[in-house]
Design a protein around this ligand. Sequence first.
Ligand SMILES: *Cc1c(COP(=O)(O)O)cnc(C)c1O
Length: 495
Amino acid sequence: MSLFYNSTRDNSVKVTASQAILKGLASDGGLFVPEKLPKFDKTMADFSKMSYREVAYEVMKLLLDDFTEEELKNCINRAYDEKFDTDEFTPLVKADGAYYLELFHGSTIAFKDMALSILPHLLTTSAKKNQVKNDIVILTATSGDTGKAALAGFADVEGTKIIVFYPKHGVSPIQEKQMVTQKGKNTYVVGIEGNFDDAQTGVKKMFNDAELASELDAKGFQFSSANSINIGRLVPQIVYYVYAYSRLLANGEISDGEEINCVVPTGNFGNILAAFYAKNMGLPVKKLICASNDNKVLFDFFTTGTYDRNRDFMLTSSPSMDILISSNLERLIYRIAGNDSAANASLMQSLRENGKYEITAQMKEALADFYGNYATEAEDAAQIKKIYEDTGYVIDTHTAVASKVYDKYVEETGDKTKSVIASTASPFKFTRSVMNAIDPKYDSKSDFELVDELSKIANVDVPQAIEDIRSAAVLHDRVCEVNEMPAVVKDILNI
Ligand SMILES: *Cc1c(COP(=O)(O)O)cnc(C)c1O
């Protein structure tokens, strides 16, 4: 074992991969980052002959190097199985001159399944390795997608319980139904009378409550987080970029060593950071194309070098990208500052106190791998319609942001490098926005009528995740006020 993790705010912090997974966030508020990014010890030609699981092992073993081969393979085999509706796990679909990497074939039909189906196993393995005797209680606040993916991932995983708080009046009907019908004797779903920020703040308070922690400990419990800042979520996301490259190579679409571009619809900066890590580990990637919706704080950052969250929060039809503080960007800032934790910590302090920070000219130069742009609501809808009319392929509202930004990039640069677009959600998850984009006549229909229409026009079966909720019984109906959240947690845990 040789790879340790530092905190982005303190290089003297040094933990193993399994300790970083258990802790989630460093005590100083920083994110865990590998001391160095290891290089792949297999060639692209080797990868092109491997299955998804084999690629997953070869990639993850380098970053989670305190896991034994048996432990890691066990986690991989339990995560990537029949929960996915295709043996390919992440199929590539060629449409309109680009390759769409479909990351939505898991149980909740959004890309968060790629990491949240393995995180519970990484976490329970980490607990065992570090002699943690307590049961792990996952506390999550969600604006819709993460909650369901975390519930599905942790359901009936021994040694864990999961409690999800969501804004009772702030998620889509399909998202709510997906959560409140969740099975599993260790799953708890609670609506709160407040918005997502209230839920998030309530959860953070409980994480920082030392008295609550010791009450929990006395009863054999401890909290952990399934949030996207956990490296247990980041590392599994590197895999599918390598796998995508390996399929392009295996299918003769590219030659060995040929560079590709990666286009990623971005919110918290986790998915695109995984692509950046893949590039730095040896994947032949030319540009990392960062696509934003109307909340274009990242576009402004890449063009000006100033990150400024002081602006109105826009509600869009790609809600999983409606974010003004992209938490995982901190890992990139740390790196372009030359792994200087003090420099990063002072920028993050400025973000906390003034809502903004500016990077140096030298740091800005290190961003040359990235291209940022954004798509407006109108451009997003027009792109869904265009791709459908040109090719018959239907993409969701998040993927359409990436698709539009890719078109802008090609127009601006003339770059013809083959490009992989991360397709982060099934169109069936955002059926109303997708169908309205194709034709406003659909607006009068009910949600489930639209599902059937979409299946017809796209010539794609309705995903099991949607079939499941059509008739599923509601199993969770707990609702509470924001200030009652700790009492609800204690009640659930019987303490
Ligand atoms: C979470 C999410 C995103 C944003 O991914 P980040 O890793 O937060 O940048 C994009 N699309 C969908 C559908 C998502 O659920």
